[in-house]
Design a protein. Structure first.
Length: 222
């Protein structure tokens, strides 16, 4: 995201962007700003996220030069999108909307678990609560879907292990501009889906900010 204050955007949206920029996430989480949707709201910003295995932090919390060439497959991927309409939208019950996506591949035996979707959706509430967000007080109108797909291979690919792809889509309306807390909640959901153990109580997360590509401004508005 850009280092300077955005121009030509509402004060509330500028405050939300500033709060997002201040956040420091776990070292395993790589964020990159991507082009934001242009038709859903007048103002928006979008981030993609990857959970990379065994990613050490660079000096002073910055990405190391060779981090950009990291060849390992991510354990989980996702998107975090902030929409803002100064006039509000009826379905949002507010002027902001957070729209998130998390995808991860799970162990195939989990596909048979009839409670998988329920458990995955419960992660959303747990992650919001762990970030200190209270439904009805800090967020409203939350909703989403959980999709699981079992992939089985045949023919030339016979013998490839079965895989379960889990997709969690969740959205909610923040009731203030402190959206960094919402970003942290989503990052926790991303690492939870990736199977990364939570940090022990009292242990601070290592800083991981946006990659160099985030300096390209993608924040959109009229």
């Amino acid at each position: 995201m850009t280092s300077g204050p955005p121009t030509g955007v509402p004060v509330d949206f500028a405050a939300a962007l500033a709060d997002l920029r201040r956040q420091a996430l776990r070292a395993e989480v790589r964020l990159t700003e991507i082009p934001a949707p242009r038709r859903v709201a007048p103002y928006s910003v979008a981030l993609s996220g990857d959970v990379l295995p065994g990613t050490p932090p660079g000096p002073a919390g910055r990405d190391r030069p060779d981090d950009h060439d990291h060849a390992e497959e991510p354990l989980a991927t996702g998107r975090f999108v902030v929409l803002h309409d100064p006039d509000g939208q009826e379905a949002w019950h507010g002027t902001f909307r957070v729209v998130t996506l998390v995808r991860a591949t799970l162990e195939p035996e989990m596909a048979a678990d009839p409670m998988l979707a329920d458990v995955a959706w419960s992660w959303v509430g747990e992650c919001l609560e762990s970030a200190g967000l209270v439904r009805g007080t800090d967020t409203v109108a939350d909703g989403g879907t959980v999709t699981r797909v079992l992939s089985q291979s045949y023919g030339a690919l016979d013998g490839t292990p079965d895989a379960v792809d889990l997709e969690i889509r969740a959205s909610w309306t923040p009731l203030d501009t402190q959206l960094g807390t919402h970003l942290r909640a989503w990052a926790t959901l991303l690492t939870m889906a990736a199977g990364v153990p939570p940090l022990p109580e009292g242990v601070a997360a290592l800083t991981r900010r946006f990659t160099d590509r985030s300096r390209q401004r993608h924040t959109v508005g009229p």
